[in-house]
Design a protein around this ligand. Structure first.
Ligand code: NAD
Length: 443
C-alpha cells in the first residue's frame, strides 16, 4: 500500500513513520523546506523518544520518503489514502483555525488522479470533513475532472513523549467514514496495529470528529477537578496525595490523570477545550463544565508563583530561582502553552533571576525566552546560589537527585514542587523548606 501524510510535526511524522514501520510505503510532505531537507539527512524537527532510529531505519529501507511538493506527490504516488496532519491552532475567537487543513484539501483537489481516501488526522471540529469534501469537489469541478474520492476522519490520540508506543499499540483507533469503500481502505491500513486486540472503532464522521474533543475535554476536566480539590486540601489541612490514592482505588474513578499540578498546557488541551466551548456557543449551547475547567486551569498556573511570593514576602527582586523542567510535560521538547513560561514571566516581572535546566527543551525554550534567563549545563549547575528550586516538569532524572549536593549548592534550602514528586516529610527532615501542591503547610 502507498499513502501520503501531509504535515511532519508531532502527529504527522509519527504517523508516517509508524505506517512505514509496518511495511506501508509512505511519503511525508511538509511546506517547511528546512524541515524536509533536515529529515532527508536524518535530522528530526522534534524530540520524540525512539523516533529518530525509526525514521532512519525506514528511510534506509526505502519505505519512508520526504517531499515539499504535495501536488507532485498527489499526482504521482498512486496513494490509497492521504492523511492531513497539519496544525489547527486556535483562532482569535478560540475556534480551530482550519486554513492549513483546507489549503491542503484544495491542493489535493487540484491534483487528484484516481480514487483516494482523504483522511483528517488533525484535530478538527465537527463538520470539517464536510468542508474538506467540498473544497476538493470545487477544485475537481474547476478543472472539469470527474474523480471519485472519499473523506474520512481519523483523530489521533497519541501522547507526546510516548507517541510511538501509543501509535503502534493504541488503546483504540477511531475512524469516521461515510462509505464502505473508505472503510475497507482504512481497515486494510490499520490491520497491522490490531494484533493485541486493540479495537478499530468505525463510526459516522461527525461522531469521530467529536470523539477527539470529548476525550481531551474529559482529560482536562480530570486535571482541573483534581487541582481544585488540591487547593481545598491545602486550606483544610488535608494531603491531596492521600486523597488521590484514596479515590483512585475506586475502579469507577481510576488512578490515572488525577495528579494535581500547576495546570495543563501543551498544544492540545488548551486549544481543544477552547474550540469545543466555541463550537457549542456557535450552536447555541453553553458548555458550563468546560468553562469552569478553563478558568480553574488559568488560576492554577499562578499557584506556584503565589507560594513563592508568600514565602519571600513579596521580595523577589534580585533573588535567583532555579527551574527544573521547561517543556509542558516530560519526554518532549514541546514548549507550547507550557506552565513554565507563565511562572518564569511572573518571576522576571518581579526583578528575579531565573536559571533553568531541561534535558531536551532548552533549544526550543530559547525561541520564546531568549536570553531573558540563564540556562544551566545540567540540573546541579542550575542550582548554584539559588534562593529556591522550582520543580516545574517531572522529568524522571529529577525524581531522586542527591539532596545533600542540592542543599550545598543552593543559597537557601527551599523547594517549590509543582508536581508533587518529592515527599514533604522527607524533604523537611532533610532540612528543606518544602512546598507542594495540595499539601497543608505544617509549621
Ligand atoms: P505541528 O505544528 O507539530 O506540525 C504541523 C506541521 O504541518 C508543520 O510541520 C507545518 O510546517 C506543516 N504544515 C502546515 N501547513 C502545511 C501545508 N499546507 N502543507 C504541508 N505541511 C503543512 O502540529 P502537531 O502537534 O503535529 O499537530 C497536528 C494536528 O494534530 C493538530 O490538529 C493537533 O491538534 C493534532 N494532534 C496533536 C497531538 C500532539 O500531541 N501534538 C496529538 C493528537 C492530535
Amino acid at each position: 500500500m502507498r499513502i501520503a501524510v501531509v504535515g511532519t510535526g508531532y502527529v504527522g511524522l509519527v504517523t508516517g513513520t509508524c505506517f512505514a514501520e509496518v511495511g506501508i510505503d509512505v511519503t511525508c510532505v511538509d511546506i517547511d523546506e528546512k524541515k524536509i531537507e533536515n529529515l532527508r539527512k536524518g535530522v528530526l524537527p522534534i524530540y520524540e523518544p525512539g523516533l529518530e532510529e525509526m525514521v532512519e531505519r525506514n528511510a534506509q529501507k526505502g519505505r519512508l520518503s520526504f517531499s515539499t511538493d504535495l501536488s507532485e506527490v498527489v499526482r504521482t504516488c498512486g496513494c490509497e489514502a492521504v492523511f492531513i496532519a497539519v496544525g489547527t491552532p486556535p483562532g482569535e475567537d478560540g475556534s480551530a483555525d482550519l486554513k492549513y487543513v483546507l489549503a491542503v484539501a484544495r491542493e489535493i483537489g487540484r491534483n487528484l488522479e484516481g480514487y483516494t481516501v482523504v483522511v483528517t488526522k488533525s484535530t478538527v471540529p465537527v463538520g470539517t470533513a464536510r468542508k474538506v469534501r467540498q473544497a476538493i469537489q470545487e477544485e475537481l469541478e474547476a478543472r472539469g475532472a470527474d474523480i471519485d474520492f472519499d473523506v474520512a476522519s481519523n483523530p489521533e490520540f497519541l501522547k507526546e513523549g510516548a507517541a510511538i508506543e501509543d501509535f503502534l499499540k493504541p488503546d483504540r483507533i477511531v475512524v469516521g467514514v461515510a462509505s464502505e469503500r473508505a472503510e475497507k481502505v482504512m481497515q486494510k491500513l490499520y490491520k497491522p496495529f490490531l494484533m493485541n486486540g486493540h479495537p478499530l472503532i468505525f463510526m459516522d464522521i461527525p461522531s469521530a470528529e467529536m470523539t477527539k474533543y470529548a476525550a481531551n475535554a474529559m482529560l482536562a476536566t480530570k486535571i482541573s477537578f483534581m487541582n481544585d480539590v488540591a487547593n481545598l486540601c491545602e486550606i483544610m489541612g488535608a494531603d491531596v496525595n492521600m486523597v488521590r490514592r484514596g479515590i483512585g482505588s475506586d475502579a469507577r474513578i481510576g488512578n490515572k490523570f488525577i495528579y494535581p499540578g500547576i495546570g495543563y498546557g501543551g498544544s492540545c488541551f488548551p486549544k481543544d477545550v477552547k474550540a469545543l466551548i466555541r463550537t457549542a456557543s456557535e450552536n447555541g449551547y453553553d458548555m458550563q463544565v468546560l468553562r469552569a475547567v478553563e478558568s480553574v486551569n488559568e488560576r492554577q498556573k499562578s499557584v506556584l508563583f503565589d507560594k513563592i511570593h508568600r514565602h519571600f514576602q513579596g521580595e523577589l527582586a534580585g533573588k535567583t530561582f532555579a527551574v527544573w523542567g521547561l517543556s509542558f510535560k516530560p519526554k518532549t521538547d514541546d514548549m507550547r502553552e507550557a506552565p513554565s513560561l507563565v511562572i518564569i514571566q511572573r518571576l522576571l516581572e518581579q526583578g528575579a533571576k531565573v536559571k533553568a535546566y531541561d534535558p531536551v527543551a532548552m533549544a526550543e525554550a530559547r525561541h520564546t525566552l531568549g536570553e531573558s534567563i540563564e540556562y544551566g549545563k545540567d540540573e546541579y549547575e542550575a542550582l548554584i546560589d539559588a534562593d529556591a528550586l522550582l520543580l516545574v516538569t517531572e522529568w524522571p532524572e529529577f525524581r531522586s537527585p542527591n539532596f545533600a549536593v542540592v542543599g550545598k549548592l543552593m543559597k537557601e534550602k527551599t523547594v517549590f514542587d509543582g508536581r508533587n514528586i518529592y515527599d514533604a516529610n522527607d524533604m523537611r527532615e532533610k532540612g528543606f523548606a518544602y512546598y507542594g501542591i495540595g499539601i497543608a503547610q505544617h509549621a
